[in-house]
Design a binder for this molecule. Structure first.
Ligand code: FNR
Length: 367
């Protein structure tokens, strides 16, 4: 081993990127990006659950000519690791989502642009051709949502990711205690013209949640309406119950993302990887099922695919790459994951992503 330089500098892992990013960012931004809701049990569970799943490789398989490539909703991707939507990336790097898009494009994978992107969606698209999916939070008016979706279609986005697990923000104690606030120069610029919800006057309401916010939160009929009217396929993100997976497919969804929002919304929801198999079963192959939450190693992505996911997304690892080294950092994080994923494919005897099956997951009753 070479002396004088820390090993992490020679061969950093995603966890090294995260600890460096936490060091670089101010304490309040670090709490915003790396913290979770309440006691952060779900945040922790997302990663822990992967470590409890063990791989059982097959030997002597012929993997010549193999690859980690796949086609997802018509898009050709170098690997099944995509970039999850994460809000306000200018808090991490001056070029924000543009640098993220560049990093994703360098690795030939897809990036989901958050509804709360801090740069114009057109600029994000121009920065990296891989920025192809736009994430939407439901706004109070159906027409306003559709207008926004049409605008994104005109910009060349190819799918809408509708996030349904956050009608209200989670109890984010870490952030609140440290006093995190958005600075004046960072905002959700693509939503600047969206209608502001008109609530009943405070004095006529008893509950801020049930008498105000609940009146503008989406319900299944809205999802159905959007799927019917959207010019782009709608992928529903934030599904954790198999019943909701069935309902989303019935409503017309073109894909499902199993996600607990990285443990930022409702604490004590099980890890995404724990929930994945039941949702894959409920979806019965009707639509692609993706997952996110806690993916930090190529073996995590392999386990997710073995349990039926078509692809995975990473949120905080990409943010850590962005904080440490801008577009190059994002690209490096994604490359590390792809390299690790391909090594794990080869070591488990999988030549293509289609060949990754539950057979490589250890079960005590194996015979
Ligand atoms: C998010 N996530 C998120 N999701 C979404 O649909 N729209 C958004 O604007 C955001 N914003 C956001 C901000 C921050 C700081 C984080 C950490 C996460 C959730 C994100 O898409 C994804 O579900 C999780 O980040 C996945 O977990 P990991 O990969 O961070 O463990």
């Amino acid at each position: 081993m070479m002396s004088g330089r820390p090993t992490a500098e020679l061969q950093p892992t995603l966890r090294d990127y995260e600890s460096r990013a936490r060091h670089i960012l101010s304490a309040d931004r670090s709490a915003y990006f790396f913290g979770g809701a309440a006691d952060e049990l779900t945040l922790e569970a997302n990663q822990k659950a992967f470590s409890k799943i063990e791989l059982l490789p097959r030997m002597l398989c012929d993997v010549r000519g193999g690859s980690s490539r796949l086609t997802l909703l018509g898009q050709d991707l170098a690997s099944p690791v995509l970039v999850a939507p994460v809000a306000y990336q200018k808090l991490v790097h001056p070029d924000g989502e543009a640098a993220m898009a560049m990093g994703a494009a360098a690795q030939d994978t897809a990036m989901v642009l958050s509804a709360q992107s801090s740069i114009d969606a057109a600029d994000a698209r121009a920065a990296g051709a891989s920025c192809t999916w736009f994430q939407l939070y439901w706004a109070p008016s159906r027409e306003a949502n559709l207008e926004l979706v049409r605008g994104m279609a005109d910009l060349g986005f190819t799918a809408i990711v509708l996030t349904v697990d956050a009608p209200v923000q989670g109890v984010r104690d870490r952030e609140t205690r440290i006093g995190f606030r958005l600075p004046a120069d960072v905002s959700a610029v693509n939503l600047a013209h969206m209608p502001v919800p008109r609530f009943a006057p405070l004095e006529q309401t008893e509950s801020m949640l049930f008498d105000r916010i609940a009146h503008v939160a989406p319900v299944w009929s809205d999802i159905e309406w959007l799927c019917q009217n959207s010019p782009l396929p709608v992928i529903v993100k934030g599904i954790v119950h198999p019943g909701d997976a069935r309902q989303a497919i019935k409503a017309g969804a073109s894909g499902i993302i199993v996600s607990n929002h990285g443990g930022r919304i409702l604490d004590t929801v099980p890890a995404s990887i724990t929930l994945l198999p039941a949702i894959v079963k409920a979806s019965a192959g009707a639509v692609p099922v993706l997952m996110d939450g806690g993916v930090r190693r190529g073996t995590d992505a392999l386990k997710a695919l073995a349990l039926g996911a078509t692809a995975v997304l990473v949120g905080r690892p990409a943010i850590a790459g962005l904080a440490v080294a801008g577009a190059a950092g994002v690209s490096h994080v994604l490359r590390l994951l792809r390299d690790e994923f391909e090594i794990a494919m080869m070591l488990t005897g999988c030549r293509t992503v289609q060949e990754i099956t539950p057979d490589i997951i250890y079960r005590p009753d194996i015979t």
